[in-house]
Design a protein around this ligand. Sequence first.
Ligand code: AMP
Length: 110
Amino acid sequence: MCIFCKIAAGELGTAFLYEDENVLAFRDLDPQAPTHILIIPRSHYENVEELASAEPLTLASLFRVASDLADLEGLDGHRTLFNTGVSAGQSVFHAHLHLMGGRPLAWPPG
Ligand code: AMP
């Protein structure tokens, strides 16, 4: 089972900032900004493209949850992103939306 499937199953004792029947959110283990939250579908899809094809409404929900959490965190701006593929920095092959904020975020990213 992949690491995020284990988190979704509650096997790692991860604290959830949000959960419903399709979506979970929790803080990144290695935060790259003061706020760095991962929002994931409960179901396993390797990347956002697979998620978009199979569960487009869940994909939309990830962004709704990100927006709500950005408000709760008091962010005046934030970045949402998916890394797709190893060369883009994807290291966990269970689709996940990064929500980052709380510091100035440079553009373009590295
Ligand atoms: P990516 O590199 O886009 O695939 O992002 C994977 C993210 O998952 C990285 O930012 C990791 O720090 C994070 N991560 C890996 N394992 C865990 C975990 N057990 N709990 C929370 N975040 C994790």
